[in-house]
Design a protein around this ligand. Structure first.
Ligand code: AGP
Length: 608
């Protein structure tokens, strides 16, 4: 996720771009840059760091006045977040300049072809291929050249492009990543999101997927990827600036919950082949080494630990390797036995959680190999790992992890299947089936989000409930744990996540009328046993809510059933957690709480 802004018109361009980028900083903030064009000259100014660093740099470099410009705030997906990889990117001759949001899945093939044709690359980004491709199309009008580039590029992307020889033109393109045009009087704006131009205009033009738009001071031209002219559709923005930054959602948490289908699509992008194999070329680790591994340790904290629980089930089931999981702050103190044949997987969305860093350092000191799973490119965990798998969820502002959790689940499922593939522990046909099912997850999560209204109505009845239990077995157990954590941290009510079969060994004494028990029943091989455990709760007076797959006849046990799309065991964790995120959200908002900034918590915990 990154932020794009563009402006063409009579105002001082830099004074539009920099505030615009500041309003888009929620989309990414590891590096930023601008490109400005006037009468055959182009200035590109960019830096690692936040928009404030870019503002300071622009102040020092004092760019020439311009008539058009594009800017970018980056959330790295390809290449470390440094100045060289910051956008904008240019071709060898500095004639074309591009900013980009999204992932160009076939960038490696495109880059190889361009390099063979003599182009020299300066960055590690996927974006730079676009600048070089456009340079080869210099005889075409820019809009036509961008159309051709879009037709050769795979994946979700949004672009804004300028060319020195067409100084009063910005061309944008969109497929899967957002892009809107702000329509002014003798000026126009292009941006990833409305807040970037809302202080200048409330008139906007929606750009649909697979469209290319040419923006000049007095005109907006729209074409499709076949080159057909289209009529731009105008809209008026009704939101204020603050609401617009949250995409119209009342909170960042709700926005991030709803971003999950897109985020999961990004996690999967380019990581599976057409033949149903897992392709993790980015995992810079010798396959022979992975074949020699005889034990896996997974360490993490909080929500990431719940992803670790799912990873244990997945890796053990698919590779038959023994897997130990640890809450990171406990790992070192039990003197775990590791050596050169051990694989440690450290999971941390921030990549900066000190307990997790201390745990993986301990593992490395024992000679173990380390794979990091992180959402933040070049985080401390990423830097210290032998290989890293990024979750690509984009920045998460709400303190409660939501999209970073579901993307962790997906990344770890990919990693589990990759290990199975490399080690030959699973039939390739079975891997292919699971890979194809994973590709359905974005759509299935979208369907699971449809239960929001129903869950809100349900939770309205629970204003006085003080005790919740979340129960599950096998793959449903980590989901239950995560549901309980979400409710505790944002609604401040007691919620226990428990293995359903363990309740009878003590906690069942707490079950009485007025307690809500949420059972997760998506893992087929424990379904019957979980339902029996839920009967035990019901017999003691608890209100029973079940999260169950579409078509599964579980109704008799439950006071209410929330449905999620049916899917294979373990993959279902991704959809099953969505109703529980919504449940926590609605209980917390009904209590009038600030879900984005719950009390006593910090997004990243850098103390032991
Ligand atoms: C989850 O909602 C919390 N914010 C918290 O448990 C979090 O998952 C934990 O602190 C670990 O953070 P990390 O993934 O950045 O390491």
């Amino acid at each position: 996720m990154c932020g794009i802004v563009g402006y063409v018109g009579p105002r001082p361009v830099i004074d539009v771009l920099l505030p615009g980028l500041t309003h888009l900083e929620y989309r990414g903030y590891d590096s930023a840059g601008v490109a400005l064009i006037r009468d055959g000259s182009m200035d590109v100014i960019k830096t690692a760091g936040r928009i404030a660093d870019l503002v300071a740099l622009v102040g020092r470099e004092a760019p020439r006045p311009a008539i058009s410009g594009i800017g970018h705030t980056r959330w790295a997906t390809h290449g470390a977040p440094n100045t060289v990889n910051a956008h904008p990117h240019t071709d060898d001759g500095g004639d074309v300049v591009v900013v980009h949001n999204g992932i160009i899945e076939n960038w490696a093939i495109l880059k190889r072809k361009l390099t063979e044709a003599g182009h020299e690359f300066t960055s590690d980004t996927d974006t730079e291929v676009v600048a070089h491709m456009l340079a080869d199309l210099s005889d075409l009008p820019l809009i036509e050249a961008v159309r051709q580039v879009m037709n050769q590029s795979e994946g979700a992307l949004a672009l804004a492009v300028m060319r020195r020889s067409e100084p009063n033109v910005i061309v944008g393109a969109r497929r899967g990543s957002p892009l809107v045009v702000g329509r002014g009087d003798g000026e126009n704006f292009l941006a990833s999101d409305i807040p970037a131009f809302l202080e200048h205009t409330r008139e906007m033009v929606i750009i649909e997927d697979d469209r290319v738009v040419e923006v000049r001071p007095g005109s907006i031209r729209l074409i499709d990827l076949e080159g057909n002219e289209l009529e731009p559709e105008h809209r008026k923005v009704e939101w204020d600036l603050e609401a617009a930054e949250r995409g119209g959602y009342p909170t960042f948490m709700l926005k991030e919950i709803h971003e999950q289908p897109h985020a999961i699509g990004d996690t999967l992008a380019g990581r599976v082949s057409e033949t149903g194999r897992v392709v993790l070329d980015e995992l810079d680790i010798d396959p022979d080494l992975l074949r020699r591994i005889d034990k896996v340790f997974v360490v993490a904290c909080g929500t990431s630990y719940h992803a670790a629980m799912m990873a244990k089930y997945a890796i053990e089931r698919w590779t038959r390797l023994p897997v130990e999981i640890d809450i990171a702050s406990e790992f070192r103190y039990r003197d775990p036995v590791l050596d050169e044949r051990s694989l440690v997987i450290g999971i941390s969305q921030s990549g900066e959680t000190i307990d997790t860093l201390a745990a993986v350092r301990y593992g490395k000191a024992q000679g173990a190999n380390l794979i990091g799973v992180s959402n933040v490119v070049d985080s401390a965990l990423a830097r210290e790992s032998d290989a890293v798998l990024y979750t690509r969820a984009g920045p998460e502002i709400g303190v409660a992890a939501t999209k970073t959790f579901t993307t962790q689940l997906v990344a770890l499922q990919l990693l589990g299947l990759y290990l199975a593939q490399v080690r030959g522990s699973m039939d390739p046909g079975r891997i292919e089936v699971l890979v194809r099912e994973m590709l359905r997850l974005p759509e299935q999560v979208e369907l699971a989000l449809g239960a929001s209204g129903e869950i809100e109505r349900l939770t309205r009845k629970w204003k006085s409930v003080r005790d919740y239990f979340f129960l599950g077995r096998s793959g449903d157990f980590p989901v239950a744990m995560e549901g309980a954590l979400k409710l505790k941290e944002i609604a401040y009510v007691r919620a226990e996540g428990y293995a359903a079969g363990e309740m009878k060994h003590g906690p069942i004494a707490l079950i009485e009328k007025g307690v809500v028990v949420v059972g997760v029943v998506t893992d087929s091989h424990v379904r019957a046993k979980t339902l029996s455990n839920m009967e035990e709760m019901r017999a003691r007076g608890a209100t029973i809510v079940l999260v169950a797959e579409e078509g599964d006849d579980v109704g008799a046990v439950a006071d209410h059933v929330v449905r999620v799309p049916a899917g294979p065991d373990l993959l279902c964790t991704v959809t099953a957690v969505v109703p529980l995120q919504l449940l926590a959200y609605h209980v917390a908002t009904a209590r009038g709480l600030d879900v984005d900034k719950p009390r006593n918590l910090a997004k990243t915990v850098t103390v032991e």
